[in-house]
Design a protein around this ligand. Structure first.
Ligand code: SF4
Length: 163
């Protein structure tokens, strides 16, 4: 595990960074709107992949659930469960599929208990993965989810609807 990966064990710090990032991206909404949603999405994909990949082993599902999952990427689960864990967790909290790794959902729950802002979000049921969003920037969707003027075309493409 790299030094950056170890940051996941400090979810109470990462969640503050996440909250700030969310605010920054939401405030950038007018800019993204001006340059176009598609272009903004394309511009953000690489930095997001590199940044979140280094810390969370992000697989660019395009529908980030980090603050719902103890700042632990659920796509690391070999069964890709978004509302885990499965029924097969081994003794000691190890994964049923890969006994060398800790169950992603055991880690997610343990980390959520250290969080002050989003800790209870782990109890919320997550929608299934929308394959239309795989490879897209999830940051861009953070920016748009709060805005009523999200274009219908984007809502159709991503399956997302503003809150
Ligand atoms: S939930 Fe999706 S966007 Fe978030 S870190 Fe995991 S793969 Fe990346």
């Amino acid at each position: 595990m790299s030094v950056l990966n170890r940051l996941r064990d400090y979810p109470h710090i990462i969640e503050v960074a996440y909250q700030l990032t969310e605010r920054v991206f939401q405030s950038l909404h007018p800019f993204f709107k001006r340059i176009g949603y598609e272009r903004a999405d394309r511009l953000l994909r690489l930095p997001e992949k590199l940044g979140k990949g280094a810390v969370f082993n992000c697989q660019m599902c395009g529908q980030c659930t980090l603050h719902f999952t103890g700042m632990t990427c659920p796509m690391g689960c070999p069964k890709n469960l978004r509302n885990g864990p499965c029924g097969g967790v081994r003794a000691g909290g190890f994964c049923e599929v890969d006994a060398s790794m800790k169950c992603v959902w055991v880690e997610a729950f343990e980390r959520s208990q250290k969080m002050k802002v989003y800790g209870d979000d782990i109890y919320q049921i997550q929608p299934p993965l929308n394959q239309q969003n795989v490879g897209r920037s999830a940051f861009i969707n953070i920016a748009f989810l709060k805005h009523a003027e999200m274009p219908e075309a984007w809502q159709t493409q991503t399956g997302l609807h503003h809150e």
